[in-house]
Write a protein that binds this ligand. Structure first.
Ligand code: MLT
Length: 408
């Protein structure tokens, strides 16, 4: 008889977005004629940019000819892509990174979920509440979170993001080992200023904590003064790792490509106080458990940085951010209180009539046939809130807001 990894028994329910998909499927089975609009999971709807498609086709052709065929690539990604990333995403913002500090992967979800493997099980970590559920669930699976009681794990430090604090978490009151931060934030759509992010970097340096910074939504920042990378902050190379993605930026949710920056200075320690570079450990982990992203996909990702590619990606982002504006303003006009959606593709709204977030999910699905994400799925402080994404089509976004204004 094989025994279960009992940590899996501590997971509260299904993965959030699987649970939503399940409820929507059930509703559709009962109401086959319902014209559903999905603004739940942050999945893009615009096709891949033309420059990306061209590069991918060319790479596929190369794979079909003996003289240009490629087998296994480097597990951490091809240099040609890492160099383009550095030249375009990092150097212009004054961020220094070497090619071997950039790890190309199949997604920020897998990287943020896997990275915790490099840390001891006794480490205490902090997350914002609400939070992208992958950070907590992956630590539950690893056995780092303790007991689940009253909606919380007793070995996790939750940093509330509430209306009172403007959805900006306070620093942990006691020292923690690992801190997950995501800005622009999923789910609230809110950001930190450079000064605010600096406080986190300084705190991590003073406490020798490590910040796991998810910057998957940085391309949606519209306002000046909002950092696109934690490495824009002095000293961050000693204490931070950053996750980035082509998914939302360039339409890669179904194509899969992302990257993680792991500076060589960031260290974890053994019981004797000897330090080990996270960069070497992550390389060891990736070379063992991952065989890299396919060549055509990396070639496609590199095309995001061509002149044409940059123009087309900008158009994509403008398109989604216009959706964000339509949602934000439409909800406000309909009398809802809303957050986010200015520098992020997520709009975080208060549920009306004191409805629980799952009750509002049901009401919206049944009355308006619009699907969103209940805030409670992101943590206890998400209760009473609801998330809509700007990643729908323009037509659906306008129609959804029309239905919310007239039917709800
Ligand atoms: C979300 O809706 O929060 C995202 O799509 C989830 C993800 O990127 O994995």
């Amino acid at each position: 008889m094989a025994l279960i990894n009992e940590n899996y028994l501590k997971l509260p329910g299904n993965y959030l977005f699987s649970e939503i998909a399940r409820r929507v499927e059930q509703f559709k089975a009962e109401h086959p004629k319902a014209d559903m609009i999905r603004l739940g999971i942050g999945d893009v709807t615009r096709p891949l940019p033309g420059a990306v498609i061209e590069a991918m086709k060319k790479a596929v052709d190369e794979m079909g000819r003996p003289e240009t065929f490629r087998g296994y690539g480097p597990e951490q990604g091809y240099d040609f892509l890492a160099k383009k990333i550095i030249e375009n995403d990092l150097t212009p913002r004054g961020i220094e990174a070497a090619v071997d500090e950039v790890f190309v992967s199949d997604g920020a979800k897998s990287d943020t979920a896997n990275f915790q493997e490099l840390f001891g099980l006794n480490n205490i970590f902090a997350v914002t509440d609400p939070v992208y559920p992958v950070y907590v669930d992956s630590n539950v699976m690893a056995g780092r979170t303790g007991v689940h009681k009253d909606g919380k794990f007793d070995r996790v430090v939750y940093l509330p993001c509430t209306e009172e604090n403007g959805m900006k978490p306070a620093l942990p009151s006691a020292r923690v080992d690992m801190i997950y931060l995501c800005f622009p934030n999923n789910p609230t759509g809110m950001t930190l200023s450079r000064e605010e992010l600096k406080k986190w970097v300084d705190h991590a340096r003073e406490n020798r904590s490590i910040i796991l910074f998810d910057a998957a939504y940085e391309a949606f920042i519209r306002e000046d003064g909002v950092p696109h990378s934690i490495f824009e902050i002095e000293g961050a190379r000693e204490v931070a790792v950053e996750f980035r993605s082509f998914s939302k930026t360039a339409g890669f949710t179904g194509t899969r490509c992302a990257y993680t920056i792991v500076p060589k200075e960031v260290k974890v320690y053994d019981a004797k106080g000897e330090g080990y570079s996270l960069n070497s450990l992550w390389l060891r982990r990736q070379t063992t458990k991952f065989n890299g992203v396919s060549y055509p996909v990396q070639a496609a990702a590199a095309a995001v940085y061509s002149e044409e590619g940059k123009k087309q990606v900008k158009e994509l982002i403008d398109y989604y951010m216009e959706n964000a504006r339509i949602i934000r303003e439409g909800l406000r006009k309909a009398g809802y209180k809303v957050f986010g959606g200015v520098n992020a593709p997520y709009i975080w709204m208060k549920t009306p009539d004191q409805l629980s977030s799952w009750d509002f999910f049901d009401r919206l699905m049944r009355t308006a046939n619009v699907v969103g994400t209940p805030g409670a799925g992101f943590g206890a402080n998400g209760e009473g809130y609801f998330r809509l994404t700007a990643f729908g089509t323009r037509e659906n976004t306008i129609e959804a807001l029309e239905r919310i204004a007239t039917k709800m």
